[in-house]
Design a protein around this ligand. Structure first.
Ligand code: ZN
Length: 92
């Protein structure tokens, strides 16, 4: 089922779910019965959060053209704290 939109000149926009391709150019308004012309609209696609969309685009781009870094990122420079118990372990 596809949701088609119509616009009644007196009552305003309304929509109806019909099988694909079954929409007519004009349909009777469910409120007043006047013929309403079909209104073209965008398909019902979910809008994504802009931050998520930006990261997905960046992820896709990194598949073919990965970002080039010239230095080690700051977080990777930190050394892990040594555990004092490791000092007592036998050395090879
Ligand atoms: Zn109407």
């Amino acid at each position: 089922m596809v949701r088609y939109e119509y616009r009644c000149p007196a009552c305003g926009p309304w929509s109806v779910a019909l099988p694909m391709g079954a929409a007519e150019a004009h349909r009777s308004c469910p409120t007043c019965g006047d013929p309403s012309p079909r209104r073209w609209s965008a398909p019902l696609l979910n809008r994504m959060d802009p931050a998520v969309a930006r990261e997905r685009l960046r992820e896709e781009a990194s598949r073919d053209v990965p970002e080039v870094v010239t230095s080690v990122p700051q977080a990777a420079r930190r050394r892990a704290r040594r555990d004092p118990r490791q000092a007592r372990l036998p050395r090879p």
